[in-house]
Write a protein that binds this ligand. Structure first.
Ligand SMILES: Nc1ncnc2c1ncn2[C@@H]1O[C@H](COP(=O)(O)OP(=O)(O)O)[C@@H](O)[C@H]1O
Ligand SMILES: [Mg+2]
Length: 262
């Protein structure tokens, strides 16, 4: 498909709304993510971040609105997790995305196995690809860890690396990480951030959700701030320092508290 400059975005959400019964979880969400942009999505608990992720990944549909992925309009009436994969949207959930007892290479191709004629698993090919991605694309340096290692042997950060590597292998246009560093040690967080840098280097786009502001600041090109179902600020990294961003968030939450107390 010919790409016009307007449609170079990895993602465009237009007037997305989501109601759970009478509760409005998302209100008129308009968001664009550039084809090689890392967007840090920030907001307090309950802001609607995960709801937005679930809509993008086909877990449930929005109540109204439109979604375009790499310029292609998504048919939201027939959207699900499999279709989201086909469109190039991959989500890396915190730990849950990896099967503990499996070996790394099998995990890599779960649900998308490479088969030989007669349906046999192409073990050699799967191992080769998994190794290539983990070592060269992701830069996996885990001591004693190979594609034959069990997932349960990997550290938390390494598991995130496998999930990110898998998303990159399947040619994701947009990789979404919803709080990938919760419960990880500092050293492990550093690994995850390094993997996110690989997403950028590979020319892909990413939405990175985290409460750790220093981390979000370091890896993001842009910040989108949500509050109670709405996008309340959208700024480029070059427009704001980490200190100013922290202050903005603090003042914003205080302002909100004052309003609530009135
Ligand atoms: N499945 C659901 N059913 C009803 N309400 C939900 C559901 N999922 C989320 N919500 C509500 O939507 C709002 C946004 O939640 P969520 O997207 O999880 O926020 P965040 O990820 O930013 O913490 C909250 O008020 C939450 O209670
Ligand atoms: Mg959430």
């Amino acid at each position: 498909m010919a790409e016009s400059p307007v449609e170079r975005n990895a993602l465009r959400m237009v007037n997305i709304e989501k109601y759970f019964g009478l509760v409005c979880a998302l209100r008129k969400i308009n968001l664009e993510v550039g084809s090689n942009e890392i967007v840090g999505l920030i907001g307090d608990n309950g802001a609607g971040k995960s709801t937005m992720v679930k809509i993008l990944t086909g877990v449930f549909p929005p109540t109204s609105g439109e979604i375009y992925i790499a310029g292609n309009k998504v048919d939201l009436r027939n959207y699900n997790v499999k279709r989201a994969h086909e469109h190039g949207v991959e989500t890396v959930y915190q730990d849950k995305s990896l099967g503990e007892k499996q070996v790394l290479w099998r995990n890599f191709f779960i649900g998308r196995e490479i088969t030989l004629p007669f349906g046999f698993l192409n073990v050699k090919k799967e191992k080769e690809i998994a190794n290539e991605i983990m070592v060269n694309t992701i830069g996996f340096r885990g001591k004693g860890i190979t594609v034959d290692s069990k997932v349960s042997k990997l550290s938390g950060g390494e598991r995130q690396g496998v999930a990110i590597g898998r998303a990159m292998h399947f040619e994701a246009e947009l990789i979404i990480l919803d709080e990938p560093t919760v419960a990880l040690s500092l050293k492990e967080v550093a690994k995850v951030l390094n993997f996110v840098h690989k997403i950028k280097e590979a020319g892909k786009a990413c939405i990175y959700i985290s409460h750790a502001m220093a981390d979000v600041y370091e890896i993001s090109d842009r910040f989108v701030i949500m509050d109670r179902g709405e996008i309340v600020a959208d700024m480029a990294k070059k427009e704001i320092s980490l200190k100013a961003l922290d202050e903005f968030l603090l003042e914003y939450s205080h302002g909100m508290k004052d309003k609530v107390e009135l």
